[in-house]
Design a protein around this ligand. Structure first.
Ligand SMILES: [Zn+2]
Ligand SMILES: [Zn+2]
Length: 112
């Protein structure tokens, strides 16, 4: 029966405290958890003031969803202003718009 007894104590060498979780006594369990030994389980969300458990990319599930949502939004709706400047740069127009010279040339082209 001594084996059963042994199985109920902390797995850490020399520790005889009773097990609490993951084969460890409360003391060693907490120590391992804080050290990140259980992977993401011990980590917390990186958002200031959020104490939920870490889910992905440093965030809890809720903040991760928000973060992902935010990223998708930024990707799908490009800044219209920036986009216009980009399009202008493709055809050699300054960021602030066509120059007088360019406008005159276009008018001439349209007329011909
Ligand atoms: Zn222990
Ligand atoms: Zn969070």
């Amino acid at each position: 029966m001594s084996r059963t007894k042994l199985d109920l104590v902390c797995i850490l060498d020399g520790c005889t405290r009773p097990r609490k979780a993951r084969g460890r006594c409360p003391f060693h369990y907490e120590k391992a958890r804080l050290a990140g030994e259980f992977g993401d389980l011990g980590k917390q969300c990186q958002v200031e003031g959020c104490r939920r458990r870490h889910a992905a990319k440093g965030y809890c599930q809720q903040h991760y969803d928000e973060h992902r949502h935010e990223l998708r939004k930024r990707r799908s709706v490009p800044n219209p202003e920036q986009h216009l400047i980009y399009l202008r740069s493709l055809v050699g127009i300054p960021a602030e718009g066509p120059t007088e010279e360019q406008r005159r040339r276009w008018t001439l082209q349209e007329a011909s």
